[in-house]
Design a binder for this molecule. Structure first.
Ligand code: ADP
Ligand code: ZN
Length: 742
């Protein structure tokens, strides 16, 4: 073990097989394009290549970066074969990383090149650093002709670090030409930006708190795993039981061994409190990877990781594909979280793929949750994953009391959303000077706007979805495609004036009710509309911690991970919201969400209380939450799934057929229906219109393949698609292990 744990000081690992390709040899180069095959290229004079090397190659008239995948296949005639242009000055892609690309491609039924594209998500990082120019709004602003586009640019460029033109254009939704024009007239000022330094090495001498005996058992088990090859540890414990403290010890052990750590977190941009704890413990910043990074940050971070200069990487799901030279440990926090599933492009579940990545790298992985998914639980039951349990809250704090309010018996007043029992609980909390969270998992003011005169509902022109009113922005928005419009002055259908009324509550409407009922209370909203990056999240956290807020009105964005010592009451406005729709995991997900929200209430000195409003107090989810009986609920859920041969006791693959031409989409869906595989316990449901029958103007049909748990579904689906005559302009997206059935 070295004293300085920085992985940078170790030699970059060469590839295991060590095979090299001398001048004149053929190599197979994979390109980050949706291609199944690697292409053959000749190694030019003066160059020796090895598998994993990043190279630039000609492709038609273009040149592009790719990766040497191995020996060439030899199917291109010598005379037609082009030569590699150059090897790029980047550490090579490891054997594990390449095997991972191929594995994910095979599993998700995508061309390997499409997966490689996720691993080369920052092509700029492969090039030598260029001097970068970034822009900020001029102050004072010169007199310029204003347009809505220019106003948006100025709003974006007004604060924060200077941003590069392309970045700024994207953020403001304008063309790069707008940025250029504004720079020419002096409204934007150029700044030369320096490349970012790598993160400071973590201070491993600091150490964490003294762990309790139960925590020590779990931490020792994780630490032992760090030295011991591939294994999966499930770390389960109620919110506040110290899971984070426990896994941070394993993180420290892995860093001491000089290897890198990946921590996957949902909603990483918002994990303000997590980052503060990391800083407190290690005296440094981890490398962050999420959608809120600037292009320059992305480039630098990618390189720091590739060069082994970033010890700990914290990221959203795509961080799985970063170029770790020496990954030693993966942590998946909130492993049950649905946001680990990527639903567009290459459809994959980062939690599951992280386990594969760990296996290929022969390293341990910890899946952390207060409510592990049934999939993970089943793997524990089958003896494949090891289970570690933290039974109690740290410091002996009690779990909150959870009570159900039956809305059929004690409804709120007409036009309101908070029932008398919840109002009483809020009164008590406020009078004690404590804080309450009112949870409603719906953004905006109202989910539906309808005409009182003719019954017309305002719908997205491109999607099968209602427009959601956002009163603060004075917009109607589609949450599926981003379409928006100003609220119309009269009904677009019948022309009646003042006839459009909001139906149902969103958080904005709830906040309005709260303000009317508690005019003295200081109210903070917490939704993705106002907490959208690290800065806004950090400010929010500080306001709550400094007790500048009495009531929080929030969506699921506050359900995760936050600890506020003075927050003693959680009110759930509509606990039934996630149960409609009949989705396979609706009950499980609702339980997880309610449990997690409930976990925000009460800490050490201040006991918590949770009031859950429901129309279905008898529903098994509500009964289990109220009784604190997770075991019985899980057992029943598992039994139901097992009887129905549903995951994790059966396999599912979703096929989504889509296109702008409805007749062609139907033809494609029918062709797939006719070619449906049979036998071996396979069942194909559909084709049927998807619940979201249209998104962004594309018509959608679904098919669902069901198979036994042991079935290898990939060859079956590949063969199925090959046999169906699918019209050219129709796309078929494959979703192995689907989470969304919309
Ligand atoms: P979880 O991840 O299970 O929600 P955390 O690790 O965040 O739990 O712990 C909850 C709170 O208790 C945190 O503020 C943490 O610092 C504190 N804590 C947990 N274990 C200990 C310990 N052994 N000594 C001191 N504080 C602890
Ligand atoms: Zn839409």
């Amino acid at each position: 073990m070295s004293d300085d744990p920085r992985p940078a000081d170790r030699p970059a690992p060469r590839n295991a097989d060590g095979e090299t390709f001398a001048a004149g040899a053929r190599v197979a180069v994979r390109l980050p394009l949706p291609l199944t095959d690697a292409y053959d290229y000749k190694v030019p004079d003066g160059l020796t290549l090895a598998a994993g090397d990043f190279v630039r190659v000609p492709l038609g008239p273009r040149r592009m970066a790719g990766v040497v995948w191995g020996k060439g296949a030899g199917d291109v005639p010598e005379a037609k074969m082009k030569a590699v242009v150059a090897r790029l000055d980047v550490p090579p892609m490891t054997d594990e990383a390449r095997a991972f690309v191929d594995w994910v491609a095979e599993y998700t039924l995508n061309p390997p090149g499409a997966v490689l594209r996720m691993a080369i998500s920052v092509p700029e990082a492969l090039e030598p650093p260029k001097p970068l120019t970034a822009y900020r709004a001029a102050a004072p602003l010169p007199e310029i002709r204003m347009t809505p586009a220019r106003e948006r640019v100025l709003a974006e460029a007004a604060d924060g670090p200077p941003r590069q033109a392309a970045e700024l254009a994207r953020a403001a939704g304008v063309t790069p030409g707008v940025i250029k024009g504004m720079a020419e007239v002096g409204a934007l000022v150029p700044h030369a930006i320096a490349p970012f330094p790598p993160p400071d090495p973590p201070d491993l001498a600091k150490g964490g708190p003294d762990l309790s005996p139960e925590q020590t058992v779990a931490a020792d088990a994780l630490s032992a795993a760090v030295a011991d090859g591939f294994s999966v540890q499930v770390l389960e414990g109620v919110p506040g039981s110290g899971k984070t403290e426990v896994y941070l010890q394993a993180v420290a052990d892995c860093l001491k061994a000089g290897r890198q750590v990946l921590v996957l977190l949902p909603e990483i941009a918002l994990s303000a409190q997590w980052l503060e704890r990391f800083r407190a413990r290690f005296g440094s910043e981890p490398a962050l990877w999420h959608s809120d990074l600037t292009m320059a940050q992305r480039r630098e971070t990618w390189r720091h990781i590739a060069e082994g200069r970033a010890g700990v990487v914290v990221g959203a799901r795509s961080a799985l594909f970063l170029p770790y030279p020496d990954l030693g440990l993966i942590i998946v926090d909130e492993e049950h979280d649905g946001s680990f599933k990527q639903e567009e492009g290459v459809v994959y579940n980062a939690r599951d793929m992280a386990v594969v990545r760990a296996q290929l790298g022969k390293i341990p992985i910890s899946l952390v949750s207060a409510t592990p998914s049934l999939e993970t639980q089943a793997n524990v039951d089958r003896g494949r994953y090891r289970h570690l349990h933290l039974p109690a809250r740290h410091g002996g704090a009690d779990l909150p009391d959870i009570e159900l309010v039956n809305l059929t018996k004690t409804p709120p007043q007409r036009g309101q959303w908070m029932s008398p029992p919840l109002r009483e609980a809020i009164d008590g909390t406020l009078s004690r000077g404590e804080q309450a969270l009112l949870f409603l998992n719906r953004r905006g003011y109202a989910p539906l706007t309808l005409c009182r005169a003719c019954g017309h509902r305002l719908q997205c022109p491109q999607c099968t979805a209602w427009l959601v009113e956002h009163r603060l922005l004075q917009r109607l928005q589609c949450h599926h495609c981003g379409y928006q419009m100003a609220p119309p002055p009269k009904c677009p259908e019948c022309g009646a004036e003042d006839s459009l009324v909001p139906c149902g509550p969103g958080v904005e409407r709830l906040a309005e009710e709260v303000a009317a009922l508690y005019p003295e209370a200081r109210v903070a909203m917490a939704t993705s509309d106002n907490l959208y990056n690290q800065r806004t999240a950090r400010e929010f956290v500080h306001r709550i911690e400094n007790r500048e807020v009495d009531l929080i009105v929030g969506t699921q964005i506050v359900a995760k991970g936050y600890h506020f010592p003075m927050l003693t009451l959680v009110g759930v406005i509509d606990a039934d919201l996630g149960l409609s729709g009949g989705d396979l995991r609706a009950a499980e997900r609702t339980y997880q969400l309610l449990y997690q929200v409930a976990g925000r209430a009460g800490r050490a000195e201040h006991p918590g209380r949770v009031v859950i409003q429901t129309y279905m107090p008898e529903h098994p989810v509500m009964a289990a939450i109220a009784a604190g009986d997770r075991e019985a609920f899980l057992a029943a859920e598992a039994k139901g799934r097992e009887d129905a041969h549903m995951p994790p006791y059966g396999r599912l693959v979703g096929l989504i057929v889509s296109g702008t031409d409805e007749a062609a989409v139907d033809a494609g869906a029918r062709a797939l229906g006719r070619a449906a595989p049979q036998g071996n316990g396979i069942q194909v449901l559909g084709p049927a219109p998807a619940p979201l029958a249209m998104i962004r103007g594309r018509h959608r049909r679904r098919l669902l393949l069901k198979a036994g748990r042991g079935t290898q579904v990939q060859p079956i689906v590949r063969d199925w698609i090959r046999r169906a005559a699918i019209p050219k302009k129709v796309r078929v997206q494959i979703d192995v292990d689907p989470y969304s059935f919309m």
